[in-house]
Design a binder for this molecule. Structure first.
Ligand SMILES: C[S@@+](CC[C@H](N)C(=O)[O-])C[C@H]1O[C@@H](n2cnc3c(N)ncnc32)[C@H](O)[C@@H]1O
Length: 296
């Protein structure tokens, strides 16, 4: 969302580390590109015509470029994505995902959308739960991730009730009131217009349907948070370099986590979009949070 910047910038002066992307995000500095003061005042056309920017990690990029940059990250890491997930989280991502499945309340015969489904961890579990009378759609914007996901699920014998669709979470190509459950796991962070994606997910849910957003969030303990920062900015890029020969993508991961709305902000966004009974659960000290909202 484009926000008038001046008031926010004044507030921002209270933050002594504005170059730090996380500070900028917390202060809501999602603004139009700003050249320094005077030229903005003298050439209002420039201000009007400039393309809105958004963040890609700590970089500020024109909104139209973010999706392409995110796509490059996931094309680059797709082949080794699962291995990296296990190494980075020590396997704990499986527990976070299991809790997501439990809280979804999915039942036999349900229709489930796993958007930003990637290599299909959630899809595989949902396929087992909904059974032959149900259906799971694994949707992702990225063809490389979808291909790895489809091959992997077929190898594991998951077939029959699963469909694969290349789709953007912001513009879901499904009818209104269609799904009992929609999940987005570690995907929302990468979406350019998060409000649009949340509204789109609300639209495709049936009344009473559940949205589950599993995403990195803000650790609740400051000491732990510092240790986690060290891990994220030193170790993660190094692991990325060793395993995928791509340190940058894992630097983006660390940065994009800091730029993502914290627990309360995301809850507010879901309420604002129209979800009912929005709650969240912190896991691993708030490293990850699971938000759930119900479509009224
Ligand atoms: C970190 S992976 C998560 C994959 C899987 N959900 C998991 O938990 O292992 C993020 C996924 O989001 C996808 N993605 C990014 N932007 C998207 C968008 N606008 N719409 C749909 N998928 C998107 C990426 O292609 C990638 O597969």
């Amino acid at each position: 969302m484009i926000a008038p910047c001046d008031r926010r910038r004044r507030r921002a002066r209270a933050c002594d580390n504005l170059a730090h992307g996380a500070c900028r995000a917390r202060l809501g500095l999602e603004c139009r590109p700003h050249s320094s003061g005077e030229s903005d005042m003298t050439d209002p056309r420039k201000e009007r015509d400039a393309e809105p920017t958004t963040h890609f990690g700590y970089q500020s990029v024109p909104e139209s470029q973010k999706a392409q940059k995110v796509a490059e990250v996931f094309h680059s890491v797709a082949a080794r994505y699962d291995l990296m997930n296990d190494l980075m989280s020590g396997g704990v991502h499986r527990l976070w995902k299991r809790f997501t499945i439990e809280l979804s309340g999915a039942r036999p015969g349900n229709r489930v959308l796993d958007i930003a489904g990637g290599t299909g961890d959630l899809t595989r579990q949902f396929s087992r739960i909904v059974g032959a009378t149900g259906e799971v759609v694994l949707a992702d914007i990225n063809a490389s991730m979808l291909k790895v996901g489809r091959d992997r699920l077929l190898d594991k014998g998951v077939a029959g009730n699963v469909k694969f669709v290349q789709a953007d979470a912001e513009k879901l190509p499904f009818p209104d009131n269609h799904f009992d459950v929609v999940t987005i796991a570690f995907g929302l962070r990468n979406v350019t217009h998060k409000e649009d994606a949340i509204r789109s997910m609300l639209r495709v849910l049936k009344p009473g349907g559940r949205l589950l957003v599993l995403e990195f969030s803000k650790p609740t303990n400051p000491l732990f948070s510092r240790a986690y920062d060290t891990y994220s900015f030193s170790l993660l890029p190094l692991m990325g370099k060793l395993i995928t020969n791509d340190a940058d993508s894992y630097r983006y991961l660390a940065e994009s986590i800091r730029m993502h709305p914290d627990q309360e902000t995301l809850k507010g966004m879901m309420v604002e979009a129209g979800f009912d009974r929005v709650t969240y659960h912190n896991m691993t000290g708030g490293v990850v949070a699971l938000h759930r909202g119900i479509k009224p």
